[in-house]
Write a protein that binds this ligand. Sequence first.
Ligand SMILES: Cc1cc2nc3c(=O)[nH]c(=O)nc-3n(C[C@H](O)[C@H](O)[C@H](O)COP(=O)(O)OP(=O)(O)OC[C@H]3O[C@@H](n4cnc5c(N)ncnc54)[C@H](O)[C@@H]3O)c2cc1C
Length: 430
Amino acid sequence: MIEAERASLSDSLWTATAVPGPRFGPLSSDLRADVAIVGAGFTGLSAALHLAESGARVVVIDAHQPGWGASGRNGGQVNPGLKDGPAALRARFGDETASRMIAMSGGAAGLVFDLIDRHAIACDAVRNGWLRAGVTQAQADDLHALAREWEGEGGGVDPLDADAMARATGTDDYAGGVIDRRGGTLHPLNYALGLARAATRAGAAIHGDTPAMGLSRQGGGWRVTTATGTLTADKVILATNAYSGPLHRDLSRSVVPVCSVQVATAPLSPNVAASILPAGAHVSDARRLLLYFRKDAAGRFIMGGRGSFREGPTLAQQARLRAVSERLFPQLRGTAWEHAWGGLVAVTPDHMPHLHELAPGLLAGLGYNGRGIAMATAMGREMALWSLGRAAADLSFPVTSVRPLPFAFARGAAVEFEILRLRLLDRFNL
Ligand SMILES: Cc1cc2nc3c(=O)[nH]c(=O)nc-3n(C[C@H](O)[C@H](O)[C@H](O)COP(=O)(O)OP(=O)(O)OC[C@H]3O[C@@H](n4cnc5c(N)ncnc54)[C@H](O)[C@@H]3O)c2cc1C
């Protein structure tokens, strides 16, 4: 397992530029709640905020501070939808279930921006659109087909040819793609901290530096044990995603943690900044090992891509991200690269998030496959509704049983091998 404190993963731009605030102190007594939440990322914090706003007594604990996991380390790209488009969802889940999933995932970016507005969260949120870029003509054609699918589902996704994509990105590397106008960017750690403060204001209690060490049935509810106190609650939400550890082994074995890394420049000079993503959109491309890039509010250029489970290869991949950035945008050469960091993405075999009832009253939502700012926020709200009594059959996302993956011990090596294979396919555009 990756150590989050590993040097190549720790120099986060977001930690360096976060709005300062008091730490969330550890749990120091035995508390009783309606709902206890383990994990203070977007999933747990959104659940806590929605529960507290509905009047429920809710307590959140995190082994570290809110936003310490993927939520405070990501690319800040707020992207709606799921990996599968509307047509694939309808074919797989049937019209009724798929319609709810499409509405939930298609509206998930809107939910994020609404929460930011409603709670006045200072996190540099802008909604300038998400450019999805095809490297090959076949990829561009697939993206154009996706835009047509969304037309029948409320729209918001427009096709772009190679020239339009070059104007929008500032590089002629792409064969075409789409702009998804529902998407935008933000400072992810400030968004997480803002959700935590909003949840606290609404009445939730949040305790950092409090690892949950044990989980047991207590009467009709649950007991969460920590080193400094216990939580008893009618319901428990596990919101631990790729950082799920031994607390619930089947849950942690149901996802493959994959490292994703980022590099960021110093603020660009105004003329260089104006030549890259001039309208302020952000990009993820259709390479198998995708590249995703954007500028931040101070005009830094940020590039992200896959990392590794080991220190040496992660450093090499961060160097590769700097090199590919300077190939796409030669005007970046000579600009200082000031930050390099990373974290864990939870990948699922079907590339879909999962919603589980692990036992009566023990709920979990995870597996956002690298698209979790919007979906984790939406899943947190969904789990709040579920905890408040909405029937599983009436939720916007299907509840499935947890399926631990076999050979969990070999997952690290398998992921490394798969990344190498995909890199070769990308290199030769196969
Ligand atoms: C480098 C990187 C870039 C990414 N870029 C993007 C992007 O641009 N756009 C996008 O949409 N998504 C992106 N993602 C994915 C997104 O960040 C995640 O999907 C999302 O943050 C998941 O949120 P979460 O709350 O479920 O999990 P997390 O934020 O990972 O939170 C889990 C929390 O659980 C806590 N925890 C675990 N075990 C315990 C325990 N036993 N007791 C107490 N606490 C515990 C951890 O400390 C952690 O804080 C990226 C991810 C990474 C790593």
